[in-house]
Design a protein around this ligand. Structure first.
Ligand code: KG4
Ligand code: ZN
Length: 366
C-alpha cells in the first residue's frame, strides 16, 4: 500500500519547525529552529521578534526537513500547518507559507490545532534519525485522557475516539509552564523557567516549603433537608497563588540582611506543588471517566519528576490503564506532532481550503 507522507509546519510561538511524517507514526525528519537566544534577554517571547525570525527561517527549515527525510516534492501527499492557538504574527507566517505551497505544489492542505498536535505526539512509533530509534509498537487506545501541560495551556482532555475532544479540566489563570516561567523570573533564574527550575529542584528538598495546592472544588452545601452535600470534585487548575507564595519568600529574603535565596529548596518545593495538583486532578478525572489510557504531553511533560510521579501513580493505583509520554524532542514545540495529527485528518478527508485558511490565535479544541 502507498505510504502517506505529510510535510508539517509549526510556527505558533517561538520555534520555526518543519517535519516529514510517514503514515502518521514514523518521523522521517524533525527540524526545529529555536529562537530562545533572541528572546532570553527580554525574559519571555517578544511577538514582533518571533514573527520576523519565522520569516527569515521558514524556507530553509522546510528545505532541511525535506532534505533530511530524503523526500522530493513528488513523494509528499499533503501539507499540514498549525492554525492556532498561538501568536497571530507567528501563526501568519506558517499558515501563509503552507497555503502558498499547497497552491503551487497542488497538494491538499490540513489545518491542525496546536493542542491536538501535543496530544498526537504520543502516537509516534519511530524516529528515523541517523540511527533509527524504535520507540514503541503499541498505540494509545480509546477512551483516553490527555493531560496537556505547556507554556500557554493546562488541560485535561477526554477523547472517546480519534479527533474528538472534550476539555474536562483547564486552568483559570496561569498555565503550568507559565507558572514555571514566572517563578523562575521571580527567583532571577532566566527564561524558559521550566528546565532551569527542574535542574535546581534535583538538589532541593520538595518538603522544605509547604506551597499552596489550590483546589477549586466548591465547599459542601446544605440541601433542602439540611444535609451537607459534597459537590463534584473540580478538575480545574489555578497556579497564580503559587506565584504569589514564591514572591512572598523572595520579599521576605530581600528584607533581611545578606539575603541568600535557597534556590534549590524553593525550586523543589514549587515543582512538587505543581506536580501534586496535576496528579490530583488527573486521578479525579480517571475516577470519573474510566479511561483505558493516560497521555502526558506539552513542554512541561519534559519534566522528569512529573513524568515519573504520574506514571507511578497510575502503575500503583490504576492497573490496566496504559500511560504514554512522548520522547523528549516531541514534548516541547515541534512540527512532527503536527504531521502525526494531520495523518488522522488525511485518512478522514478533512482538508482545509488553501484559498481561505486563516490563523486563529484563540482556536478552540473541538
Ligand atoms: O509546549 P511548549 O514547548 O510551548 C507551548 O506550547 O507553550 O511548552 C513550553 C513550556 C515553557 O513554559 C517551559 O518552561 C516548559 O514548557 N518546560 C518545562 C520543562 N521543559 C520545558 N517545564 C517544567 N520542566 C521542564 N523540564
Ligand atoms: Zn506547545
Amino acid at each position: 500500500m502507498k505510504k502517506v507522507e505529510i510535510l508539517a509546519i509549526e510556527t505558533s510561538c517561538d520555534e520555526t519547525a518543519a517535519a516529514v511524517i510517514e503514515d502518521g507514526k514514523i518521523v522521517l525528519s524533525n527540524i526545529i529552529s529555536s529562537q530562545v537566544d533572541l528572546h532570553q534577554k527580554y525574559g519571555g517571547v517578544v511577538p514582533e521578534i518571533a514573527a520576523r525570525a519565522h520569516i527569515e527561517n521558514i524556507i530553509s527549515v522546510i528545505a532541511s526537513a525535506l532534505y533530511k527525510a530524503k523526500r522530493e516534492w513528488a513523494k509528499i501527499d499533503a501539507i499540514a500547518v498549525t492554525r492556532g492557538p498561538g501568536l497571530l504574527g507567528s501563526l501568519l507566517i506558517g499558515v501563509n507559507t503552507a497555503r502558498s505551497l499547497s497552491y503551487l505544489k497542488k497538494r491538499p492542505l490540513i489545518a491542525i490545532n496546536h493542542l491536538e498536535g501535543h496530544i498526537y505526539a504520543n502516537f509516534v512509533s519511530m524516529i528515523q534519525d541517523n540511527k533509527p530509534k524504535v520507540l514503541r509498537s503499541k498505540m494509545p487506545t480509546f477512551p483516553l485522557l490527555a493531560l496537556i501541560v505547556s507554556g500557554g495551556h493546562t488541560n485535561i482532555v477526554y477523547m472517546r475516539e480519534h479527533l474528538k475532544y472534550k476539555i474536562i479540566g483547564q486552568t483559570i489563570d496561569d498555565a503550568a509552564g507559565e507558572a514555571f516561567d514566572k517563578a523562575a523570573k521571580l527567583l532571577g533564574l532566566g527564561y524558559p523557567g521550566g528546565p532551569i527550575i527542574s535542574r535546581f529542584a534535583e538538589e532541593g528538598d520538595p518538603t522544605a516549603y509547604n506551597f499552596p495546592r489550590t483546589d477549586l472544588t466548591p465547599p459542601p452545601k446544605r440541601n433542602d433537608r439540611g444535609y451537607l452535600v459534597k459537590p463534584k470534585p473540580s478538575l480545574n487548575f489555578s497556579f497564580s497563588g503559587l506565584k504569589t507564595a514564591i514572591l512572598t519568600e523572595v520579599k521576605k529574603c530581600q528584607s533581611s540582611v545578606n539575603c541568600q535565596l535557597p534556590i534549590a529548596n524553593l525550586s523543589a518545593s514549587f515543582q512538587q506543588a505543581v506536580i501534586d495538583v496535576l496528579i490530583r486532578n488527573v486521578a479525579r478525572a480517571i475516577n470519573l471517566y474510566k479511561p483505558k489510557t493516560i497521555l502526558l504531553s506539552g513542554g512541561v511533560a519534559a519534566n522528569k519528576e512529573l513524568h515519573y510521579q504520574l506514571q507511578k501513580t497510575i502503575v500503583d493505583n490504576y492497573q490496566g490503564i496504559d500511560f504514554f509520554v512522548p520522547p523528549l524532542e516531541l514534548c516541547t514545540d515541534n512540527a512532527a506532532m503536527i504531521g502525526i495529527a494531520a495523518y488522522y485528518k488525511y485518512i478522514n478527508n478533512r482538508f482545509a481550503d488553501w484559498r481561505k485558511l486563516t490563523p486563529d490565535p484563540n482556536l478552540k479544541l473541538r
